[in-house]
Design a binder for this molecule. Structure first.
Ligand SMILES: Nc1nc2c(ncn2[C@@H]2O[C@H](COP(=O)(O)OP(=O)(O)OP(=O)(O)O)[C@@H](O)[C@H]2O)c(=O)[nH]1
Ligand SMILES: [Mg+2]
Ligand SMILES: [Zn+2]
Length: 291
């Protein structure tokens, strides 16, 4: 659930719904330690442990893991942005989406602070999202301030482990406090001068929201890397909306950049692929090796 200075906080709830959850402060067994390896045991790992000795003795194979923040066994990435204060950023959002797609973890978009805008501003914004990311992409507009949208979000994540990720100050910790119904996490106002958050949260931490439902608070990031890909051709696989048009490219190794008779560029011209997505693709193409 949590890791602090060499101690691992293990919950016994997941396999033991009947009795009250216990949290054990454990050390990691020596044989499980590979020197200086952050991957030895990470938040979200399913572990075997000795209740009396308070030692983790085994770690189950991970279903998946995320690098930044380092987490295991996540069902969804909840990408959280506020609509304003700080302002929504399409570029950063797409970068997060790209990373989620690369790690093969489904993403949902949670839009917070909708109490701060007029209804038609929100509607316009939601249309923009639909237009660029498809009508089936799950979007949850919420306000913790006015208690809007929280029930719907809760229903959607029931029985899952969801991480809440996004820039500083968008309301990640506030949302988690609302969802678990307790003021456990510290939150902080956005700076008036810069409209940015203050990096209040500094650790990733699992919270039990309900039976088998976990929500993970994470620190707001300052910068986000592009995925590290082996070759440029791989990038198109992270843009699912390109899939049906790639067969129309004349060249099999087409990168959809300067090549003639490109199916992707044709689809952009026909408005079958949103220009915003194509522009972001080109931007990524330039950056996937520059890590
Ligand atoms: N008006 C309004 N304010 C909100 C809402 N959600 C969060 N806030 C405010 O936004 C500010 C930042 O919230 P936090 O929860 O600390 O943000 P965070 O994303 O956890 O930030 P870091 O921990 O720095 O990454 C706080 O002052 C919250 O009260 C909302 O739905 N409406
Ligand atoms: Mg926080
Ligand atoms: Zn092409």
């Amino acid at each position: 659930m949590r890791k602090i200075k060499g101690f691992y906080y293990v919950s016994d709830e997941k396999y033991n719904h009947l009795k009250k959850e216990n949290i054990y402060e454990c050390k990691l067994k020596g044989t499980l330690k590979v020197k200086n390896n952050k991957m030895n045991c990470i938040i979200g790992d399913i572990v075997e442990f000795d209740e009396n000795e308070k030692v983790i003795t085994g770690i189950d194979e991970r279903k998946n893991f995320l690098y930044r923040p380092l987490l295991a066994n996540i069902d969804f990435i909840g990408i959280l942005f506020s609509i304003v204060s700080p302002e929504f950023n399409f570029n950063v959002f797409q970068k997060m989406l790209l990373n989620a797609c690369w790690q093969n973890i489904p993403a949902i978009l949670i839009i917070s602070k909708i109490d701060l805008v007029e209804k038609n501003t929100l509607d316009k914004f939601l249309n923009e999202i639909k237009k660029n990311f498809g009508k089936d992409f799950p979007v949850f507009p919420i306000s913790t301030e006015k208690n809007i949208g929280l029930t719907k979000l809760k229903e959607y994540i029931e029985g899952k482990s969801v991480t809440v990720s996004g820039p500083s100050g968008v309301g990640k910790s506030t949302l988690i406090n609302s969802l678990i119904g307790e003021e456990i996490l510290t939150t902080n106002e956005v700076s008036e001068k810069t409209s940015r958050g203050r990096h209040t949260t500094t650790e990733s931490r699992f919270f039990k929201m309900d039976i088998n439902t976990y929500i993970i608070d994470t620190p707001g990031f300052t910068s986000l890397d592009f995925p590290k890909l082996d070759n440029k051709k791989e990038l198109e696989t992270l843009f699912p909306e390109f899939l049906n048009h790639i067969q129309n490219c004349k060249f099999r190794d087409c990168l959809h950049d300067n090549e003639p008779q490109c199916g992707i560029k044709a689809a952009v011209e026909n408005n079958d692929i949103p220009r915003m997505r194509y522009d972001f693709y080109l931007n990524s193409l330039e950056n996937i090796f520059k890590n």
